[in-house]
Design a protein around this ligand. Structure first.
Ligand SMILES: [Mn+2]
Length: 376
């Protein structure tokens, strides 16, 4: 644990003064709970502005020019987005758009760009990598003596696999949401705080218009219980969107658990309910594929790794001719095996040593899985 986490006090002050100085802020945020709560924390602090999700590729590029032109902001705040194109910066700051400043708060791999006020804790120290929602909470918390947005921050931070130093403070205020000290992972899968994070994740899935309606509802909510216990109109609206997505997720999770318990390494559910063709051998692996419009591979892989920490996991969604895959393992490295198994196969893969992603052509899938398994 690093003693110094996050940005410097001076940096937080600079961001605060940028927020206070902005008459018309425009927020661009990553479409996950960390990005969403980062945006909400900043917007609640200034009490105005307009927000837009950065979906698909985490890159602020020319596809956002039209929106920036329409919003005519004085400052653009970008949170939890890994990349930005110099051409976007140069165009919006050319004078025609009225944009004076771009403030970028992120915690991914640091990059260099000119004309942007860039805040990234990894510049101070590579391992200094708290979520963007942590940085945004540290930015606004001084204005927030009653800690009224602590619950929002905690949901975003824990969703990004981080347990902050102010978790105890949160536990005292909301003992039912986080009953005891624990890791972020345990909190994610066993507590109401984790459920709140999942609600934020699932409400952003599906059509953008529905996600935006949920975000507008969330902007009006002041208590986590409004959502969790469906106490207000807005809370019920968000919960119903969550439930609709979550029902599909729970079905997949149940099928994956069944596959794990019966040692059948793969199962496939979806409209056609096709059963898989490859055989099981032992409990070293858990290979699970599914069909469906909505991707749950990341969520499923993470929860399955929590439930089966000793397995090597491959979760795949069948999409047209390809399987979109997530790989996870706790005690071994999946990335080198993935790279080797891909040689001569129609597919690609990359990511981290113990959490990778990729894609493999359906016709090569069985051969790929056999080769992947052979690497362990
Ligand atoms: Mn993040």
């Amino acid at each position: 644990m690093l003693s110094k986490m996050g940005l410097t006090q001076k940096e937080y002050e600079t961001i605060r003064s940028e927020l206070k100085a902005s008459e018309k802020p425009f927020f661009l945020f990553h479409d996950d709970p960390d990005g969403l709560t980062s945006f909400l924390l900043l917007k609640r602090f200034v009490g105005k502005g307009y927000g837009m999700m950065v979906k698909a590729e985490p890159n602020v590029n020319d596809r956002f020019l039209a929106a920036a032109k329409a919003a005519r902001p004085d400052t653009i705040f970008v949170v939890d987005v890994a990349l930005m194109q110099q051409s976007f910066v140069d165009t919006v700051k050319s004078g025609l758009y009225g944009v004076k400043n771009i403030v970028w708060i992120d915690h991914h791999q640091p990059v260099k760009l000119s004309g942007v006020k860039y805040f990234n804790p990894r510049i101070h120290q590579p391992q200094n990598n708290p979520p963007a929602s942590y940085l945004c909470y540290k930015t606004v918390e001084h204005s927030d003596k009653e800690k009224k947005d602590l619950w929002l921050a905690m949901a975003g931070i824990v969703s990004d696999w981080h347990m902050p130093e102010f978790a105890d403070e949160f536990r005292k205020l909301y003992p039912d949401l986080l009953p005891k000290p624990m890791t972020a992972e345990e909190a994610l899968f066993t507590t109401q705080l984790g459920k709140l994070g999942r609600i934020f994740s699932f409400m952003l899935k599906g059509p953008t218009s529905e996600a935006m309606a949920c975000i507008r509802a969330l902007e009006k909510i002041t208590s986590p219980y409004d959502i969790l216990n469906r106490l207000t109109k807005e809370g019920r609206f968000i919960y119903s969107k969550f439930k609709q997505i979550n029902d599909d997720y729970e079905k997949l999770l149940a099928a994956a658990k069944e596959a794990a318990n019966t040692q059948i390494e793969a199962s496939s559910i979806g409209p056609s309910r096709q059963q898989s063709t490859w055989d099981s051998n032992d409990k070293k692996f858990l290979i699970f594929t599914y069909k469906g419009k909505q991707s749950f591979s990341g969520d499923l892989a993470n929860e399955l790794l929590f439930l089966y920490p000793d397995r090597i996991l491959v979760v795949g969604r069948e999409r047209q001719d390809y399987f979109m895959l997530s790989f996870r393992a706790r005690h071994v490295q999946v990335l080198p095996a993935l790279k080797k198994a891909l040689v001569g196969i129609d597919g690609y893969g990359g990511g981290h040593e113990q959490a990778s992603g990729g894609s493999v052509n359906r016709k090569d899938f069985e051969r790929f899985i056999e080769r992947f398994k052979g690497e362990f």
